[in-house]
Ligand binder design. Structure first.
Ligand code: FPP
Length: 246
């Protein structure tokens, strides 16, 4: 009898596994402060957590992982911290691209990243283009992202189509609106996690979170790992999702 090679079972789509998980990675500064280190040290460890968690998400069979790396409000931070964060992003893209390609990951960016430094924009465009043909899963990085701005942009796109005469106002429904958002070709958001004990959405995926389960954990982002992600998935698995029904 021929014995089939031991292949890891494809987890994607497995019952109880959310298809799309988003994370508000919070607490880098507090992690550093607790160790009397500069804030950049917390962000550096935050990047290590990104690596760990992206890997764990792939192993768990999550189809799309969306990470809030830089909000449109984060420009208000001191110039040095913004510069440090941009440097870490450059480093992440340069050092991680080969692994993302070899793992079949599709890298996507949401948010107006074109407002970032031209060399970073080129790096992002290159990484996105080089991973676009991969089979997936999808790693989405939110950069210069704000959900209200995303919703306004979608409304503007639809308004233009109406003004052009290519769209009837009555044809605008939830599906059409969702189709004008940056997340249009991603699976519906199932689970939103925020680390560090804060309990708010901070202008992240407001439309998409309409029926998402929310999990808030006290762990600071630099300490978050695959086990923490698995624990959040366990909480998600215990929730009864009714989508407004009974
Ligand atoms: C929140 O912690 C974290 C951020 C604003 C930045 C998140 C960025 C990273 C994890 C690194 C870059 C990401 C990638 C994808 C390479 P905070 O500084 O607000 O922490 P605090 O609330 O404790 O001060």
């Amino acid at each position: 009898m021929k014995v089939a090679a031991q292949q890891p079972a494809p987890l994607s789509g497995a019952p109880g596994v959310p298809r799309h998980v988003a994370i508000i990675m919070d607490g880098n500064g507090r992690w550093a402060k607790a160790r009397r280190l500069p804030r950049i040290a917390g962000h550096k460890q935050g990047v290590e957590a990104v690596r760990r968690v992206a890997r764990a998400a792939r192993e768990l069979g999550i189809e799309a992982l969306t990470l809030y790396a830089f909000s449109s409000e984060n420009w208000r931070r001191p110039e040095t911290e913004v510069r440090d964060l941009m440097g870490l992003l450059r480093h992440f893209l340069a050092s991680e691209l080969d692994e993302l390609i070899s793992e079949g990951v599709i890298l996507r960016v949401i948010g107006d990243y074109t407002k970032m430094a031209p060399d970073l924009v080129r790096m992002i465009d290159d990484a996105v283009a080089r991973t676009a043909g991969n089979p997936g899963p999808v790693l989405v990085i939110a950069l210069n992202y704000g959900s209200q701005a995303e919703i306004v942009a979608a409304a503007r796109t639809l308004a233009r189509d109406v003004a052009d005469g290519t769209l009837a106002p009555d044809a605008i429904d939830e599906a059409r609106f969702a189709g004008a958002l940056a997340t249009r070709d991603l699976p519906p958001l199932d689970l939103m996690i925020r680390t560090s004990g804060e309990q708010r959405l901070s202008n992240f995926l407001l439309w998409q979170a309409a029926y998402a389960e929310l999990v808030f954990v006290d762990t600071l982002w630099p300490d978050f790992d695959g086990k923490c992600l698995a624990a959040a998935l366990e909480q998600y698995g215990m929730r009864e999702r009714r989508f407004g029904g009974l």
